[in-house]
Design a protein around this ligand. Structure first.
Ligand SMILES: NC(=O)c1ccc[n+]([C@@H]2O[C@H](COP(=O)([O-])OP(=O)(O)OC[C@H]3O[C@@H](n4cnc5c(N)ncnc54)[C@H](OP(=O)(O)O)[C@@H]3O)[C@@H](O)[C@H]2O)c1
Length: 269
């Protein structure tokens, strides 16, 4: 297989870190660019990978909440001739608070990081994909990008919005370049054992700082990463990853009344 440049956002922990480890293991010729705010953590992950594999890894700072950081990031990629062949939009921020109590600033921050940051980065990479007439995009959303649940209103909104944006973009790119030129895979994880609930925002914007039981009992990030990579390689339009909670997507589609009543009763954490 030809050597690719693969960009993984949110690679400093959890699923992104696991994706970096797995990608380096499976595709040793690819150049992997690890991006996030915590470059020390990224450097550490790079070091760990290079200690056991002959991988090619670059580290770049990226803050999706700051448009200038996104512009600077793409400028560096362009200058270094590292525009990715594949971008895995994985970075994200979650929420644990009731809608009625949550400051609108928290909703805006979730949209800024999860939605606008991802969309802006995509828009800056798109001209390169269009010029090359090829590229590949994967977007890590969530099961709550497919259905809402308690304590996640702003997070669910931001993840639903990603589905709307990228489904539309997929149609536009297929019309302009043909259906296979820029595959877009939407990946919806369920419970994965990472720090997502620890760093989740609460009603006033402070972080929750505790691990939820659902997340703590979730799938191992490396297993999640392997399944995500399989979906990306198969160029699937959409994939769910997780345990039995992923059945919620099918239940909502085929038995929406039953599913809605089940969501009412779901434990609020
Ligand atoms: N774990 C789950 O159960 C679960 C379920 C559904 C969906 N997901 C999704 O999976 C993705 C990865 O999350 P995770 O579970 O691996 O959680 P995580 O361990 O908290 O990782 C989140 C990553 O996002 C990055 N990030 C956060 N804010 C950022 C910003 N402003 N700019 C750039 N990067 C930022 C973080 O890096 P820095 O702090 O270094 O910037 C970190 O690398 C997220 O999109 C999340 O919504 C997770």
């Amino acid at each position: 297989m030809a050597t690719r440049t693969v960009l993984i956002t949110g690679a400093s922990s959890g699923i992104g870190e696991a994706l970096a480890q797995e990608w380096a293991e499976q595709f040793q010729n690819d150049l992997i660019i690890l991006a996030a705010r915590k470059t020390d953590a990224l450097e550490q992950i790079k070091k760990q990978i290079l200690a056991r594999l002959p991988a090619k890894i670059e580290v770049q700072k990226l803050d999706l909440e700051q448009p200038k950081s996104i512009v600077d990031f793409v400028q560096v990629l362009t200058a270094e001739n590292h525009i990715p062949d594949l971008v895995i939009h994985n970075a994200g921020l979650s929420q644990r608070s009731l809608a009625k109590e949550t400051s609108i600033d928290v909703d805006r921050r979730l949209m800024e990081v999860n939605y606008f940051g991802t969309v802006y980065l995509t828009k800056l990479l798109l001209p390169h994909f269009l010029k090359r007439k090829q590229g590949q995009i994967a977007v890590v959303t969530s099961l709550v990008g497919k259905f809402g649940s308690s304590m996640r209103s702003g997070y669910a909104g931001s993840k639903h919005a990603l589905h709307g944006f990228f489904d539309s973009l997929r149609a536009e790119l297929a019309a302009e370049l043909g259906p296979d030129a820029v595959p877009i895979t939407m990946i919806c994880p369920g419970f994965i054992r990472t720090n997502i609930s620890v760093s989740a925002l609460t009603k006033d914007g402070s972080t929750q700082n505790t691990m939820d039981s659902g997340t703590g009992g979730g799938m191992e990030p490396r297993e999640c990463a392997r399944r995500m990579i399989a979906a990306i390689q198969a160029r699937k339009y959409e994939a769910t990853v997780g345990g039995k909670e992923t059945l919620g997507v099918l239940l909502k589609r085929f038995l929406p009344g039953l599913f809605t009543r089940m969501i009412y009763k779901a434990k609020v954490t």
